[in-house]
Design a protein around this ligand. Structure first.
Ligand code: TXA
Ligand code: MG
Length: 319
C-alpha cells in the first residue's frame, strides 16, 4: 500500500502539513485508528463524511493535546477538569456545551450546541496534533457501519486512496473506541461504553452514571445505529459451542475454537483482539459464533459492539 507511512518524526511532520493543507490523515490512537482533519477547515471536514460514507448528522470527536485547549472550546467546570486530569490522555471522550460561536466548527459538531473532545493516549496522535497546532477531528478510520480499524492495513483496506496519508503506529493497544460521557447535565450520562470501564468512572466520581440506551432509529447520540459494527456474515453471540461448522471465536477456557479473544479470560486482552478477530472471521466466509463475554469492566464495551454486529439475528430472537 503506497499511502501507508511509518510514523517517524519526518512523516509525522509531513502528515501535519497535509492536515494544514486540508487533507485527510489516518493516525493511530490507543483505541482505534482515526481519520483526521483540521477542525477549522470545513471543506476537509466534509471530505471525512464523504470518505466514510457517513450520514452528515453524526458529530465528530475533536482530539486535543493539551487540557488548556478545552477552555477555548467548551464550558469547563471543576468536574470536567478533574476528570480530564485523571483520565487524560486516555480513552475517555466528553460531550460538553460549546462556548465559542465559531461557525467553522459547526460542521464537526453537526450543528449541535455541544462539542465532543478527547485527548488520546498515543505518542503519534499527540505529536501530530501538536505539530499541526490545531485540534484534529477524527471518527474511526473505516467506512460507516463497518468494523473499526486497529491496524494501518485495516484503514487501507477500508478507505484506500480516499485518505491522503496513513501513519502506521502498529496495533492499537485498547482496541475498542473511547468511552463517551455527556457532561452537560448534572448527572453524568454514559453515551457509549468503551476503553475506560464504567466502574472506574463511577468510583472516581463517587456517584452513579446514567446509562443512555437512546433510540436506534434516531441516531442523535453515539453509535446508536444498532447495526453499526457489522461483519458481512451471520454472527451469533453468547454461543457456548460451535454449531454447523461455524467460525468460533472463544473467550476464556474454551477448547474447540478457531481463535480465542483471551484464553486466560482477560477482558483488556479480549478488547484489543476483538475487531481484528472479527475481520479474520468475516474473511473466512463461514457463519460466525462467539462465546459469552462477562458484562463488567471492558466487557460492557465488547458486548455493546458485538450486540450491534449480531443485530439482525438477535432482533429476530428478541422480538
Ligand atoms: O476512540 C474513539 O473515540 C475513536 C478515536 C479515533 O478517537 N473515535 C471514534 O469516533 O470512535 P466515531 O466518530 O467513530 O464515534 C464517535 C461517536 C459517534 O457515534 C458520534 O455520533 C458520537 O460519538 N458523538 C460525537 N459527538 C457527539 C455529541 N456532541 N453528542 C452526541 N453524540 C456525539
Ligand atoms: Mg466509528
Amino acid at each position: 500500500m503506497t499511502n501507508i507511512f511509518k510514523a517517524n518524526d519526518e512523516n509525522i511532520l509531513k502528515a501535519a502539513e497535509v492536515i494544514l493543507q486540508g487533507g485527510l490523515v489516518a493516525f493511530p490512537t490507543e483505541t482505534v485508528y482515526g481519520l483526521g482533519a483540521n477542525v477549522y477547515d470545513s471543506k476537509a471536514v466534509v471530505s471525512i463524511y464523504e470518505a466514510k460514507g457517513r450520514p452528515s448528522f453524526n458529530p465528530l470527536i475533536s482530539h486535543i493535546a493539551e487540557i488548556d485547549f478545552l477552555k477555548t472550546y467548551a464550558a469547563v467546570d471543576e468536574r470536567v477538569l478533574s476528570l480530564a486530569k485523571h483520565f487524560w490522555p486516555g480513552p475517555l471522550t466528553f460531550v460538553l456545551n460549546r462556548i465559542e460561536e465559531n461557525p467553522a466548527i459547526d460542521l464537526a459538531c453537526a450543528g449541535l450546541k455541544t462539542v465532543t473532545v478527547r485527548m488520546p493516549n498515543h505518542p503519534v496522535a499527540l505529536e501530530l496534533i501538536k505539530k499541526s497546532g490545531v485540534p484534529i477531528v477524527a471518527p474511526s478510520a473505516n467506512k460507516s457501519q463497518t468494523i473499526s480499524p486497529t491496524t494501518a492495513l485495516h484503514v487501507a483496506e477500508s478507505l484506500g486512496d480516499k485518505v491522503d496519508m496513513i501513519l502506521d503506529g502498529g496495533k492499537c493497544k485498547v482496541g475498542v473506541e473511547s468511552t463517551i460521557i455527556d457532561l452537560t447535565t448534572r448527572q453524568v450520562v454514559l453515551l457509549r461504553a468503551g476503553g475506560i470501564a464504567l466502574e472506574d468512572l463511577e468510583s472516581f466520581l463517587g456517584e452513579k452514571i446514567l446509562i443512555s440506551h437512546g433510540n436506534p432509529d434516531l441516531p442523535s447520540s453515539p453509535g446508536q445505529l444498532l447495526k453499526h459494527y457489522a461483519p458481512t456474515h451471520e454472527f451469533r453471540i453468547n454461543a457456548t459451542r460451535r454449531e454447523n461448522g461455524e467460525f468460533f471465536i472463544g473467550f476464556g477456557d474454551v477448547e474447540d475454537c478457531d481463535l480465542n479473544l483471551s484464553s486466560s479470560g482477560n477482558l483488556s486482552e479480549a478488547a484489543a483482539n476483538l475487531f481484528a478477530f472479527m475481520r479474520i472471521a468475516d474473511a473466512d466466509g463461514r457463519k460466525i459464533a462467539m462465546s459469552p463475554i462477562p458484562e463488567k469492566g471492558l466487557g460492557l464495551a465488547i458486548n455493546d459492539r458485538i450486540r450491534r454486529a449480531a443485530y439482525k439475528k438477535t432482533r429476530i430472537m428478541d422480538n
